[in-house]
Design a binder for this molecule. Structure first.
Ligand code: ZN
Length: 65
């Protein structure tokens, strides 16, 4: 069994970080998953556009000299 991060051979017995060889590789793999979660596209742009139409800014009404 090799570490899926660095490719080094890992031992399964008495290895709390399996299938990774060390805690470092375990954290790297966890970081990859967290990074992919942030990249998931959301509909934030569409929702904000919709909110702007519902609540237009009263720029013309506050036009006093
Ligand atoms: Zn490793």
């Amino acid at each position: 069994m090799n570490c899926p991060i660095c490719g080094k051979p890992t031992k399964w017995q008495d290895n709390p970080h399996r299938p990774f060889c060390s805690e470092r590789c375990q954290l790297i793999d966890f970081g990859k998953w967290a990074d992919e979660e942030y990249r998931v596209p959301t509909a934030i742009d569409h929702s904000s556009e919709h909110t702007e139409r519902d609540h237009p800014l009263p720029t013309d009404e506050e036009h006093e000299p």
